[in-house]
Write a protein that binds this ligand. Structure first.
Ligand code: BGC
Length: 250
């Protein structure tokens, strides 16, 4: 068994667990601590270190899924975290605190790695174009071509009807703007129709916490592309980051 530790940093919570990366399964409970406000590097890495301590992880690799563009380990954008993250080598920062080798990567890319290997994308792992979208605080995207990841696609920020798509169709808008299911579904449908016209994927995987309610909305979408719910749900980011920490980026 190959073990590693995955941490999923989100706008509202920081979660982590030990992972058996050969089976894609968590080996401990999922430790969760609310994301500190303001969401600045030092405070957030303190929380990440606390999660490692809760999981008793004192040796071995750590993978961190982060909700922004992370180019070669350096955070480049900050849509849903504090702007002081821009330019920070997030993995190095956690390594300074813990001494553990840490890889930081985009959260949707991490979720995509897990879905391709152990979830809804497993039949396309060598062949085909798969787009994984995660709907939560923002909209994350991961694009796989014949099993290879094209990192840091930011399709959540496509312009749609003059708006940033994420500001129209992210899952949190249902609460923030008190949208009815039908109103939100119409926006998601508009967004997905646009994206399938641009990318022509073979499969779209619908991820994020809301995917557990997928029977409420997937049947109502009017797409030509097959679309399926993510299977690893809330664990995808943790599992994918843990895999990448050991194997590098696919
Ligand atoms: C960020 C992406 C991230 C997504 C989901 C977006 O606002 O730009 O990098 O993957 O949110 O967290």
């Amino acid at each position: 068994m190959t073990e590693s530790f995955g941490i999923d940093i989100g706008g509202s919570g920081i979660k982590g667990a030990r992972v058996d990366i050969d089976r894609g399964e968590l080996l401990t409970e999922r430790f969760r601590i609310p994301t500190p406000r303001p969401a600045v590097p030092d405070a957030m890495m303190d929380v990440a270190a606390e999660i490692l301590a809760k999981g008793d992880w004192t040796e071995g690799r750590v993978g961190c899924a982060f909700p922004a563009v992370v180019q070669h380990g350096v955070v480049r954008t900050a849509a849903n975290v504090d702007e002081s993250w821009i330019g920070v080598g997030g993995g190095e920062l956690l390594t300074e605190r813990t001494g553990l080798p840490t890889l930081m990567m985009n959260d949707a890319d991490a979720a995509g790695i897990a879905e391709m290997r152990f979830g809804a994308g497993r039949d396309f792992v060598h062949d085909g174009v798969v787009l994984i979208l995660t709907f939560g605080t923002g909209i994350g995207s991961a694009l796989f071509v014949d099993g290879h990841l094209y990192p840091n696609t930011e399709f959540g920020h496509l312009e749609l009807d003059g708006h940033d798509a994420e500001s129209r169709a992210a899952a949190r808008l249902r609460e923030d703007k008190q949208l009815s299911w039908d109103e939100w579904i119409a926006r998601v449908d508009r967004y997905l129709n646009h994206i399938e016209d641009l990318l022509w994927p073979d499969l779209i995987i619908f991820g994020g916490g809301i995917s557990k309610k997928s029977d409420k909305f997937l049947p109502k979408l009017t797409l030509r592309t097959p679309i399926v719910p993510a299977e690893l749900r809330n664990n995808a980011g943790i599992v994918g980051a843990a895999i990448a920490a050991v194997e590098g980026m696919p």
